[in-house]
Design a protein around this ligand. Structure first.
Ligand SMILES: Nc1ncnc2c1ncn2[C@@H]1O[C@H](COP(=O)(O)O)[C@@H](OP(=O)(O)O)[C@H]1O
Ligand SMILES: [Mg+2]
Ligand SMILES: [Mg+2]
Ligand SMILES: [Mg+2]
Length: 353
């Protein structure tokens, strides 16, 4: 094995796990009923698909890498499902997971509810700067998922505090470039049809790739950034959700830079994939002061954009450190762009602040 393919096996396992979990998400999104989502203590939504996807990723990774110690930093835990009022949801998750496994992985024993809860809780690792840890956001953009917009199944691998593998499954993302008028990327009802559903992947030092989410072919389209430095042509991205980022501030930055095209607002780390394939050149995120970013919201996407050649940093220009545990400690926000415009972006932040 040479240095450039050091994580080949892990990448293959991650692709398989993300594809399996994406199947469950697609199925649930088209039939989401009341009672299949709930609000967590921080007021954010979680659905049976968030939990189900976490179960399937943990199950799949453990099965394909049986001889490796398994550590995973993941968003969800089973605490609410173990409460009496969580029982119906736990039952639905178990049924849904088994339905997908029976179809996609026939010949395996059905999982019990205890198996399912235990698999969810394999995501409780603290991560950190030593050793290998998977980093999972089973559904990033749950609000987009519930709203029939974009979402992504996001899986990264940390080794020694660095992201070395990143995979994003984007079931609702068109394979063709997004146009200005595709702001919401609203194609949930077309998921799985021709031209909808993208998987992005990167291995540190080996470039970034994209391909169809359906099937099992490794993504082969090598990604390259938009190469324009002309701000009148450049498009920037931000969250679909104004509660997740300060749109007034990003509008001021855009004006300062001379960006005139409307922002592309889409949910989830699909934004990183879209930047890596040159649909847009800038991604900006400025949460409310006091909000702490989590590593699973950025790890996989950060590697994919960087392997495509982009620069990602906090608002002061410092790189993101994924080896500090479950959270990222950073200055104000996260800005990602082509190298040519990153310095101008940081200058604009200083000027407008
Ligand atoms: N007040 C807030 N400010 C910034 N980010 C927030 C937030 N509340 C939730 N988020 C994060 O924003 C993520 C979605 O990103 P985006 O805005 O790009 O779609 C959520 O991921 P989940 O959907 O996995 O919970 C959540 O972690
Ligand atoms: Mg969430
Ligand atoms: Mg998330
Ligand atoms: Mg999530």
């Amino acid at each position: 094995m040479n240095a450039t393919s050091a994580y080949e096996k892990e990448l293959g396992s991650a692709l398989k796990a993300v594809r399996l979990a994406s199947k469950l998400c697609q199925r649930v999104q088209l039939q989401l009923k009341d009672g299949e989502r709930t609000d967590k203590a921080d007021d954010s939504p979680v659905t049976i698909a968030d939990y189900g996807a976490q179960v399937l990723v943990a199950w799949s990774l453990q099965r394909s890498l049986p001889n490796k110690p398994f550590s995973m930093v993941a968003e969800e835990d089973s605490a609410d499902l173990r409460l009496p009022e969580g029982a119906p949801m736990a039952k639905r998750i178990t049924a849904m997971v088994n339905e997908v496994l029976a179809e996609e992985e026939p010949g395996n024993k059905a999982l019990t509810e205890d198996d399912v809860l235990a698999l969810i809780d394999t995501g409780g690792s603290e991560g950190g700067p030593q050793g290998q840890h998977w980093v999972l956001d089973p559904i990033d953009g749950t609000r987009g998922f519930v709203g029939m917009r974009q979402y992504a199944v996001c899986l990264g691998l940390l080794d020694g505090g660095q992201v070395v593998v990143g995979v994003l499954g984007c079931p609702n993302l068109p394979t063709a470039q997004l146009r200005d008028e595709d702001g919401t990327g609203n194609s949930a009802e077309k998921a799985g049809s021709d031209g909808i559903g993208v998987i992005f992947a990167a291995q540190k030092g080996c470039g970034a790739f994209a391909g169809p989410l359906a099937g099992d072919v490794p993504p082969e389209q090598c990604l390259q950034l938009a190469d324009t430095q002309d701000f009148s042509q450049i498009r920037f991205m931000e969250s679909y959700e104004s509660r997740h980022s300060d749109f007034d501030f990003t509008a001021k930055l855009a004006t300062k830079l001379g960006v005139t095209r409307p922002p592309l607002r889409i949910d989830s780390q699909a934004k990183y994939g879209v930047l890596a394939r040159a649909d847009a050149a800038i991604n900006m995120r400025f949460p409310k002061p006091g909000y702490r970013e989590k590593i699973w919201d950025h790890a996989a996407g950060a590697l994919i954009v960087q392997e495509a050649g982009a620069v990602i940093s906090d608002a002061s220009g410092a790189p993101l450190d994924f080896g500090r545990g479950r959270w990222l400690d950073l200055d104000r926000g996260i800005v990602t762009s082509t190298p040519a415009v990153h310095a101008a972006l940081l200058q604009a932040i200083r000027d407008v602040s």
